[in-house]
Design a protein around this ligand. Structure first.
Ligand code: GTP
Ligand code: SPV
Ligand code: MN
Length: 602
């Protein structure tokens, strides 16, 4: 064990005890990075409790972490990021493939040589006076053939502490890397946190990530969006699997059968909430239960029986704090009572974490910037403030999340924030139609990325910011799963965010969403009917159980209705969107769009 002290002991640029082993490539890379970045010390993370405790003490001493109320929130800390560094930066995120077309119109592109030159100039000497941490990690259960390993090198102890929660980190992944000899390389430095000197670059052909100038979430915890989505989606395409921005949940019915559902919603559009859903009271009494497998990322591949099997590559949740309450998401709230890192939330007079929508009767005294709270100056918690917590602390965490074989997926769900037009739920006719439903997804932007909030944009399969290659090729890859012998999930689209004329949400959402999931599983089992429309199958009006749900006539009409004229305009816009990808866009998808556009004319 190599627990560290405040002045981290100097360590060699080779993994402990690894001379001459299959770790030669890793050792060489670490030495190369050290020569470039010139750290004062190198620390190989073993993931131990002692190491974590030493890092936390060091971060408390230098103000990176602030200890929260030990009685109400044992072993929990607040981190305030730089106020200009509070979300992913899509305009500074690049995919560097040899051919520009391979990155596609959906990505910012730079030639690999230019990308490396730009990043290496930023990294030159950037760790002087700092410790360089080497973090071996595994995305997915450590013994799963679906899992993949990586190594992140960073100068941020906050990143180390978060990666320890979000991934399987330390000695076990290092042993797997030594066995396999293959890993994703992620190099990260917070630099000076200067937004003008901030880039997140991906080199999928080299399984390499270089990220500079941000300490925040998806920009800095490289196992998450950079590896598990951008690099993994590229790798998955060549290896015949899928890396998706999806939650995974298990829905257990009163008969004790569990069906697994994977759902893709864009950032801050409800994945964590749905993954941890607590059924409405009547359902609970009848024996319904939701099990959480994952809340953000899903890797899946066909099994021998033709079904898709999924793992959650993560080990923790990096969840949106605002809006999390005992009413909206009791499982999340219970999960974050201890051993949690909060980023950019407010605090109360007795040093408890606080955010808008917590609804616990307390008041904030300090805002996320560390200033005295003043309602006139904005919210106490940043809208994209987050909690980092181990998935094992979630009361609904599924034991199957650790299953090396993954869980079989019965239904795939797409959805976004659509204030108008899109009904509560509809089902795709078949796989090709389902891929089009995913490809045509639209949603209003949220605070999870910098830029304007509430702007409608196409966000295919919730992967707009995360697909590591050309969307046209990505849709081709999705279509390719429809093969002889495949037993593919049914595909649905949902919209929890339909608004009425007065601007309020028409559907109560949260726990009540179970009613929609119940219908999906009935459809999967062939036990529920539907109304056929050009956009797909809608539930018959009495086929979703609405007992105990108060809906106005307007809500019923809009949530379960089909608005032909609006959909005609929508399909014209979907056609224009597909055309943006030129001849690479699969013909089957264009044909499907045209078939539906025509059906909408009748
Ligand atoms: P990322 O972690 O950014 O990928 O976000 P996410 O998709 O996990 O979103 P999350 O579950 O954290 O929800 C984000 C916001 O959507 C919160 O403010 C929730 O309160 C709100 N939300 C979630 N589910 C529902 C719902 O069913 N209805 C409504 N109206 N709001 C919801
Ligand atoms: C998202 O934005 O989809 C997140 C948060 O889950 S981050 O890790 O910053 O990507
Ligand atoms: Mn996400």
């Amino acid at each position: 064990m190599n627990a560290i002290s405040h002045d981290v002991a100097k360590q060699p640029a080779v993994a402990p005890g690894s001379e001459g082993s299959k770790l030669a490539a890793l050792n060489a890379w670490v030495a190369e990075v050290a020569a470039l970045t010139k750290p004062d010390a190198i620390h190989w993370c073993d993931g131990s409790d002692a190491e974590n405790a030493a890092l936390i003490a060091q971060m408390q001493a230098d103000g990176t972490l602030i200890k929260l109320n030990e009685t109400t929130h044992p072993n929990s800390y607040l981190h305030r990021s730089h106020p200009d560094d509070v979300a992913r930066v899509e305009h500074l995120t690049f995919v560097c493939t040899t051919k520009q077309d391979d990155a596609g119109p959906n990505n910012h592109w730079m030639a690999p040589a230019d990308g490396h030159a730009k990043m290496d100039a930023l990294f030159d000497g950037c760790m002087k006076g700092r410790t360089m941490y080497v973090i071996p990690y595994c995305m997915g259960p450590i013994d799963s053939p679906l899992s993949r390993c990586g190594v992140e090198i960073t100068d941020s102890p906050y990143v180390v502490a978060n990666m320890r929660i979000m991934t399987r980190m330390g000695a076990a992944p290092l042993a797997r890397i030594e066995r396999e000899g293959k890993f994703v390389r992620g190099l990260h430095s917070i630099g000076e946190l200067d937004p003008e000197r901030r880039f997140i670059m991906h080199f999928p052909e080299e399984l390499t990530i270089k990220s500079f100038g941000s300490g925040y979430g998806g920009n800095a915890l490289l196992g998450k969006k950079c590896h598990a989505l951008r690099i993994a989606s590229h790798q998955a395409r060549s290896e015949g699997w899928l890396a998706e921005h999806m939650l995974i949940l298990g829905l257990e019915n009163p008969q004790g059968e569990t069906h697994y559902i994977a759902a893709a919603f864009p950032s801050a559009c409800g994945k964590t909430n749905l993954a941890m859903l607590i059924p409405p009271e009547g359902y609970r009494a009848d024996g319904w239960k939701v099990w959480t497998v994952g809340d953000d990322i899903c890797w899946m591949r066909p099994g021998a029986d033709g079904r898709l099997y999924a793992i959650n590559p993560e080990a923790g949740f990096f969840g949106v704090a605002p809006g999390t309450s005992a009413k909206s998401n009791p499982n999340a709230l219970k999960s974050i009572q201890s051993n949690t890192i909060f980023t950019n939330v407010g605090v109360t007079a007795d040093n408890q974490p606080w955010w808008e929508g917590l609804d616990d009767g307390q008041q904030p005294v300090t805002d996320w910037r560390g200033n005295a709270y003043d309602a006139a100056k904005g919210p106490a918690a940043h809208p994209n403030s987050r909690f980092t917590v181990s998935a094992r602390q979630c009361p609904s965490y599924s034991p199957e999340a650790e299953n090396a074989a993954g869980v079989p997926i019965s239904a795939i769900v797409f959805g976004g924030r659509r204030p108008s037009l899109v009904p509560l739920v509809f089902e795709a006719r078949d796989w090709t139609h389902g891929v089009l439903v995913g490809a045509a997804m639209g949603s209003e932007t949220t605070a999870a990325a910098t830029g304007a909030v509430g702007v409608m944009r196409r966000d295919p399969m919730a992967m707009k910011p995360f697909c590591g290659y050309n969307f046209a090729d990505y849709f081709t890859h999705w279509l390719s799963f429809d093969q002889a012998g495949a037993k593919l999930p049914k595909i649905f689209h949902v919209n929890w965010f339909r608004k009425g004329d007065d601007g309020s949400f028409l559907w109560p959402g949260f726990g009540e969403n179970l009613r929609v999931l119940e219908w999906m599983i009935q459809r999967v089992k062939g036990e529920a009917g539907s109304v056929e429309t050009p956009i797909g199958h809608l539930p018959k009006d009495d086929e979703i159980n609405l007992d105990g749900v108060e809906l106005t006539d307007e809500a019923r009409a809009k949530l379960f209705g089909f608005e032909r004229e609006g959909w005609q305009a929508e399909f014209a816009s979907i056609g224009d969107y597909l055309d943006e990808y030129g001849p690479r866009m699969p013909q089957a998808l264009k044909d499907e769009q045209q078939r539906i556009a025509k059906a909408l004319q009748n």
